[in-house]
Design a protein around this ligand. Structure first.
Ligand code: CUA
Length: 335
């Protein structure tokens, strides 16, 4: 009894967390609604067919019990017509219905469609993080961020997908199906969220050691909040205010950090790792493998290779005194 209670409660925890965070069965937008409806329709249809088939098998096996010596040839009394009806006509009709429902879903919200118009966002897959470029509008409205996409609620957003190294796959189950990020190729996905909230996504194509830690958040904001976010992201990094943050900035610029990371408005212009201009505003770090807080950031700077082995980010250990605290304070105020 105890084991059963544990199993039920743990599966309830798993299911409820999936429902809130990352489940195709909890659609959060029109495209995912379509897919969920189609999934349930096919599931129920095939359940009904399976029950009918089990009934027929039971009926046949009971009906002829003990009478095998009196069997008729299969073609007696139109027996072969039943092969045509049951083996061809009925499956044809059922599969045609499923096929047409699938096509209908695809035309409402195509998975690869709407190419040819300029995208709102370009996403480039890296081992193991997502580069996010807002490419719509004039040059001063464009900006780069990482592993967290903001979209306005209720509006379709077109995203172009490509990769710089290996094949990755863009999959935010509550918003749409998956589309691959392929080096040298541009794919397109259109997402839309019906309600404000955070939608968790995950790289869905094995891409190396840290594939499982290649997480993406799509944050659907109400229109005013989205505009505020955009306006902030377009700007250069805020100037450090306190002495500690200023010391942190100096350290950031003279240590290896600036070789790989960009902070717009400073000398740091590295392109290897994520753009950190507004790093402090993001939910997670290391492609959302960890929440963005002081403790995790300290650990990440000094022990990246332990938290996410094989990642490009090296362990940065040559800090003295309060230097680590200074650099963390600087990075965290980049909002
Ligand atoms: Cu990127 Cu798996």
């Amino acid at each position: 009894m105890k084991l059963r209670a544990i199993l039920i409660s743990s599966s309830a925890v798993v299911l409820s967390s999936c429902g809130n965070l990352q489940s195709m069965l909890a659609p959060g937008g029109p495209a995912a609604d379509n897919l969920a409806h189609l999934g349930w329709f096919v599931f129920v249809l095939f359940l009904v067919i399976a029950v009918i088939m089990w009934g027929l098998i039971a009926w046949v096996s009971l009906r002829r019990r003990g009478s095998f010596q009196h069997h008729q040839p299969v073609d007696a009394g139109g027996g072969q017509n039943w092969i045509l009806i049951g083996g061809f006509a009925i499956p044809f009709v059922i599969l045609a219905v499923v096929f047409v429902s699938g096509l209908k879903g695809m035309s409402v919200f195509p998975l690869h469609g709407h190419a040819g118009t300029p995208p709102d966002i370009r996403v480039t897959g890296h081992q193991w993080w997502w580069q996010i470029e807002y490419v719509k509008g004039p040059a001063h409205e464009r900006f780069i961020t990482a592993s967290e996409i903001h979209i306005p609620v209720g509006q379709p957003v077109d995203i172009d997908l490509t990769s710089i190294d290996v094949i990755h796959s863009f999959f935010v189950p509550r918003l749409h199906g998956k589309v691959d990020l392929i080096p040298g190729q541009m794919n397109r996905i259109r997402i839309q969220a019906s309600t404000a909230g955070v939608y968790r996504g995950q790289c869905a194509e094995y891409c190396g050691a840290q594939h499982a830690h290649m997480i993406l958040y799509v944050v659907a904001d109400p229109p005013e909040a989205y505009q505020r976010w955009r306006t902030t992201q377009m700007q250069e990094a805020p100037e450090p205010a306190s002495d500690q943050e200023k010391r942190g900035q100096a350290l950031f610029l003279e240590r290896p950090c600036a070789t790989c990371h960009t902070v717009r408005g400073t000398m740091a212009g590295g392109r290897v790792g994520p753009d950190l201009t507004h790093f402090g505003s993001r939910l997670g770090l290391a492609s959302n493998a960890y929440w963005n807080n002081d403790a995790n950031l300290s650990a990440w700077v000094t022990h990246a290779q332990a938290l996410k082995p094989d990642v490009v980010m090296p362990n940065i250990t040559q800090f003295r005194g309060n230097e680590l605290h200074d650099i963390v304070a600087y990075l965290r105020q980049l909002r």
